[in-house]
Design a protein around this ligand. Structure first.
Ligand SMILES: [Ca+2]
Ligand SMILES: [Ca+2]
Length: 329
């Protein structure tokens, strides 16, 4: 029943024309939370993550669970399929309906028009999700942001209940700053992953000089950054990082920061603000030796004491050559 086409209704076909060709590909293929303009912490959800055909698609608190991610795949001619990454099923217009209020549910993707969508730019990073089958837009019933509000097809009205943001499931964040002292590189910034919004993720750092790239080390992004959670609804406040790594590198180099993927969707990726150029001081001063004192003189040798210091780089170690015989100085 579900996949029966109702093209027989005279006078309806005109609605289906040319939704796609004018827009082309507007969103990169990938795994996304599809977040509502009604509330940045809510988005498309498969009711109770049930895997059956016909399970309802609704609005729910989102960004906290990788069962709420959708794989967006461009099919050509301006059309996409949109499949839940957990259930594997696609967004679908119930029974190929054509009326306002036709329910949106999930169903095995079989390539039918009621399972294909145009993603049309609606400004401010939001998109309209328009059915190839009937031109209706994905719409939250009555524009209510309450958990469990139904998602249905409706004629475009420009409301926030019909605007959706595709929020990627890759790690994201920013390398805010890099500084260096002799033998040390310090980094600070923040990073998070929508699949694990309340968990610190790992961040790895590399230094690049010419064609040489070395791992500096890694840290966890778990320090308090209230500004990050304020700017990114759904994340808790603990996604900052600051760390210092020892390095043998000297001179100018670029520091790359990579967020390490959390959850089952997405992949490691470089943070904003990265790479950053930094100059690691070179050691151009000589150490100063003072207060030399020779004691314990005997047939077999003597003891040398001295002070050695150097401004800036400090002194790594003091070595005395081993002396034999009278000819040595
Ligand atoms: Ca629905
Ligand atoms: Ca992820």
């Amino acid at each position: 029943m579900k996949l029966t086409f109702r093209y027989g209704v005279a006078g309806q076909k005109w609605r289906f024309l040319a939704w796609g060709n004018s827009t082309g590909q507007t969103v990169r293929n990938g795994d996304y939370h599809i977040v509502s303009a009604l509330d940045g912490s809510k988005g498309l959800d498969v009711s109770n993550a049930v895997t059956d055909n016909g399970t309802n698609i609704q609005l729910y608190s989102n960004l906290s669970d990788d069962k709420q991610t959708f794989r967006v795949t461009y099919l050509g001619d301006g059309y996409y399929k949109i499949e839940n990454t957990y259930t594997g099923k696609g967004l679908d217009m119930d029974a190929a309906g054509t009326k306002k209020g036709t329910n949106i549910q999930q169903w095995d993707y079989v390539g039918a028009d009621q399972q294909q969508w145009v993603l049309k730019d609606a400004g401010d990073g939001y998109y309209r999700i328009i059915s190839k089958h009937n031109g209706l837009c994905l719409d939250v019933h009555n524009g209510s942001s309450a958990d469990g509000s139904n998602v249905q097809g409706w004629v475009w009205n420009g409301g926030a209940g019909q605007k959706w943001k595709f929020v990627e499931n890759n790690p994201f964040g920013c390398l805010d700053g890099v500084s260096a002292a002799y033998g040390k590189i310090s980094v600070q910034g923040w990073a998070a992953d929508r699949d694990a919004p309340n968990t610190p993720i790992a961040v790895h750092f590399y230094a690049v000089q010419g064609n040489k790239k070395v791992l500096l080390g890694g840290t966890e992004a778990g320090q308090r950054r209230a500004d990050v959670s304020a700017a990114n609804p759904g994340l808790n406040e603990y996604h900052g990082f600051s760390a210092t790594f020892n390095t043998d590198l000297r001179g100018e180099g670029k520091i790359e920061a990579y967020g390490i993927n959390a959850g089952s969707t997405g992949s490691n990726c470089m943070l904003n603000g990265s790479p950053r150029t930094v100059t690691i001081p070179e050691d151009k001063t000589r150490p100063v030796i003072s207060d030399v004192e020779i004691t314990d003189i005997s047939e077999s040798g003597y003891t040398v004491r001295c002070k050695v210091r150097e401004e800036g780089s400090g002194v790594d170690r003091v070595q005395f050559p081993t002396w034999f015989g009278n000819e040595n100085p």
